[in-house]
Structures are given as C-alpha cells and as structure tokens.
Design a protein around this ligand. Structure first.
Ligand SMILES: Cc1ncc(COP(=O)(O)O)c(C=O)c1O
Length: 435
C-alpha cells in the first residue's frame, strides 16, 4: 500500500481510458460511481488476457486450459477472502452481485429458518436489493418486516429505538453499511454486536463500502456480507457473498445443476459443501478474474487512502453546495472527527481524519422547484454525469417526502477541479431556472 501523501491522484486517472473523453463537447466528469465504477486498464487487460490465453470451462476438464481457468477462478476466490479478511476462501460464494447475494441468503437461509411470526429487521435506508428479497420471503413464510428508523434529512439511524426493536422474534437483522442515497456510514460492528448478543443473524450490504474503505468481516462481526464487483473497479455480473462457513454449510442450495453436486441419482442428489453448492452451472469465469485484478489494483493504492480521498472530496463538494441558496442536502453533515471511530467499519486508523466518519464519498441534493431529472439532464449536457431518481430507495424517498434526489458520487480518480466544475454547472442550472 502507498502512503497517501505520495499518491498522485490525478495521475491515477490515466489508468482509466474511459475518463479521457468529451461528452457533448465537454470534458467528462464522471460522478456516478455509486451506480458503477469505471475500470482500470489492469482489469481490462486481465479480461482480454483470460479470453486470449486461458478460456475454458472450470472444474470439469483435465486439460491445460481448463486447469488454468480453474486456477484463475479459485485464485480469485482466495483473493476475495483476503480482501475482506474472511477466515477461508470456502466462505466466498461468487454471485452476480450484491442483489443476488442477498436473494441467496433470503431464499436459502431464510426459507430454512423463518416461520410465521418471526421478524426480519431492516433499516429505513435500505436499497431495494436489501428490501424486496425479504418482502418475498415474508410473503412465503408469514414473517414480518420491521424497520429501524432514519432521522430526517441528515439520514442517521435512530439507535435509541434499537433495543426495543431487537425482540426475541427477530431472526435476522440486515443492514446497509453505506447508504447509496444519503452517504451515511452505519456503525455496523456495533449493530452486529448488539444483534449477536441476542443470537440474531446479521447481514451487511457492502455494495457501497467494499471498494471504498478497508472491510474486515471478522472485525464487523456479521454473519453475511455481500458486495458487487462492478462498484469496485471490477466487471459487471460478478459479486461476492461471504458467509460464516457453519451457516453456509447448513443452508440448502440456491439453484440446482452441474458443479454443485457430489453425486446424483434419479431420485436424489448429494450436494457439495459451500461454496460450490451455491454455484450451480457454468459460472462467470472471466468475472472473478477481472475482479481479482480490481482488488489488487485497489489494494495497491490502499483503501484507507481511497477512503480519505473520497471523504475529502465529499466534504469539499458538500461545503460548496451548502453555500448555495435554494438547495436541500441529504445525509450527515461532514465534521472533523477521530478516525479511530472508524474501527467499527473494520477500519483501523488512528489520528485525526479531516472529515466525518459518518459520511461517505457522495452528496445527494435537491434544487428548489427543480426536478432531479432536470438537474441530471442539464448537467449531462455540460459533460457532468450525475444520477437522479429514487436510487432504488423508494421507501426512504417517501419518508423524506421527496420523489427523487440528484446525486454526485465520487471515487479516487475524481478531483477537486471536477468538483469545482460540477458546482459551477449546478449554479448555471439554478440560473437557468431563474434562481
Ligand atoms: C447500497 C446498495 N445495495 C445494493 C445494491 C445493488 O447492487 P447490484 O445492483 O450490484 O446488485 C446497490 C446498488 O446500487 C447499492 O447501492
């Protein structure tokens, strides 16, 4: 890992060929990283190399190419285990992404362990991926969903309600690590510890955290952790579900087919242990290989450094936006805070950090009397890629009394100069609407 003071962040942009382009005649400012990140040359090269040299099906062949493909696929599993400090690579299930990881847990662990009257505890800031699978499960089992509330526009969990919600009926507490709509960083280690004391299983949705700060699933103390490759510089279509080995091995399979069996008879099948029992059929092979390259790439920069960079950029953007009139900002206010508080995210830093550990690298906002889609459309004309909409958190939007927000989300290849450009564009949009 590099020292943050010696990193030339602007130079890292050269690793991302896509960033060097004009959109509508203006230099591209890509601020839609919470939706998906861009891919460095190292990842693109790993994919090309795999298809040019090693492509074959995994696990089934005895020929050289199949052995190489299998070795690459399993090496990626071991790398993913290291990336989140899992005990063993047998705890790493490859999925299509966070959504599939959560669906897998709901459909297998949930179907086996939940019954009518049980409670699934979520928070009010969940992405639809950590909400709809539980609704489907609740409909099937008769379990009930209960929500830990979010307080107002600052978007912080109301922890004073937690004790009364952690009842005997709660069987699983599934929570987002970093909110994609608000930028809130939740104290997941604390939440998991409180649930664990009562024997409640926990799942952490790490879609927005895994590539942005060091994640240590053992320090967090959760039972399941899910993330997506495409949000951490890897390819689309690949993700990771981590689960404690004893839980994974006690869960029924997700899908049936080849690769996940020990033996099959006409009337019955014996399944492999985890993780293979959850990977039926020919898997995405190039995905893990690209993801491996992405994890190496990120950890060469260092996720502590990325976290610090993203937070600084978010604070800079937040303060510049907050200085405008007729703007409503969502999510926690950045404040100077002790980095040691980040330990509950699995991040072990000491000393002063310049910004709040409670806000990640994104800013959601609304301009008075301007629809978020208009903001995004006009920003696009100026070369600035934002996202506008409910961000797959419709219930949260309704709770905040809005239909949508505009969101700028940052990654390590973004710069202050881009934030300046973005804020200029926001001001131009306000002028356009006569504000
Ligand atoms: C917090 C959060 N959870 C889950 C997801 C779903 O991720 P994916 O679509 O990669 O499965 C997202 C995607 O934006 C997200 O931001």
């Amino acid at each position: 890992m590099k020292d943050s003071n010696t990193i030339d962040w602007a130079a890292l942009r050269k690793d991302f060929p896509i960033l060097d382009q004009q959109v509508h005649g203006k230099p591209l400012v890509y601020f839609d990283n919470a939706a998906t990140s861009q891919k460095p040359r190292a990842v693109i090269d790993a994919l090309v190399r795999y298809y040019e040299h090693d492509n074959a099906n995994v696990h089934r062949g005895i020929h050289e190419l199949s052995n190489r493909a299998t070795a690459g696929y399993e090496a990626a599993r071991a790398r993913a285990a290291k990336f989140i400090n899992a005990k063993s690579s047998d705890e790493i299930v490859f999925t299509r992404g966070t959504t599939e990881g959560i669906n897998l847990v709901a459909a297998t662990w949930g179907a086996k362990n939940l019954k009518a009257g049980d409670v699934i505890l979520l928070t009010e800031m969940e992405h639809h991926s950590n909400l709809v699978p539980w609704q489907l499960l609740a409909q099937k089992t008769g379990a009930k969903i209960v929500y830990l509330p979010v307080t107002g526009d600052e978007g912080i969990l109301d922890l004073s309600k937690l004790d009364s919600l952690l009842t005997k009926q709660v069987k699983i507490f599934s929570m987002v690590h970093i909110s994609n709509s608000l930028g809130t960083v939740n104290p997941v280690a604390d939440l998991c510890a409180r649930a664990r004391k009562l024997g409640i299983v926990t799942l952490v949705d790490g879609a927005q955290s895994a590539g942005h700060l060091p994640v240590d699933v053992r320090a967090i103390g959760c039972d399941f952790f899910a993330f997506s490759g495409h949000k951490i510089c890897g390819p689309t279509g690949i993700g990771v579900l981590w689960g404690r080995q004893e839980l994974l091995n006690a869960m029924p399979p997700y899908q049936g087919g080849g690769e996940m069996i020990l033996s099959v008879e006409y009337q019955k099948t014996e399944f492999k242990p985890a993780p293979h029992r959850f990977e039926a059929g020919t898997p995405d092979i190039s995905g893990p290989i690209g993801l491996h390259a992405a994890m190496d790439y990120l950890d060469t920069i260092g996720r502590e450094n990325i976290w610090k960079h993203d937070q600084e950029l978010a604070q800079y953007a937040y303060e510049k936006l907050a200085a405008l009139k007729n703007i409503r900002l969502f999510g926690p206010k950045p404040v100077v805070a002790q980095a040691s508080r980040l330990c509950d995210s699995g991040l072990q830093l000491t000393g002063k950090m310049p910004v709040s550990p409670g806000r990640a690298g994104l800013v959601s906002f609304l301009l008075k009397d301007v629809h978020a889609h208009d903001v995004v459309t006009l920003a696009d004309q100026a070369g600035v890629a934002l996202r506008g909409g409910h961000h797959c958190t419709q219930p949260l939007m309704h709770k905040l009394g809005v239909e949508s927000t505009a969101r700028a989300s940052f990654y390590f290849y973004n710069t202050r100069a881009e934030v300046d450009r973005f804020v200029e564009v926001v001001k131009e949009i306000q002028k356009f609407f006569g504000q």
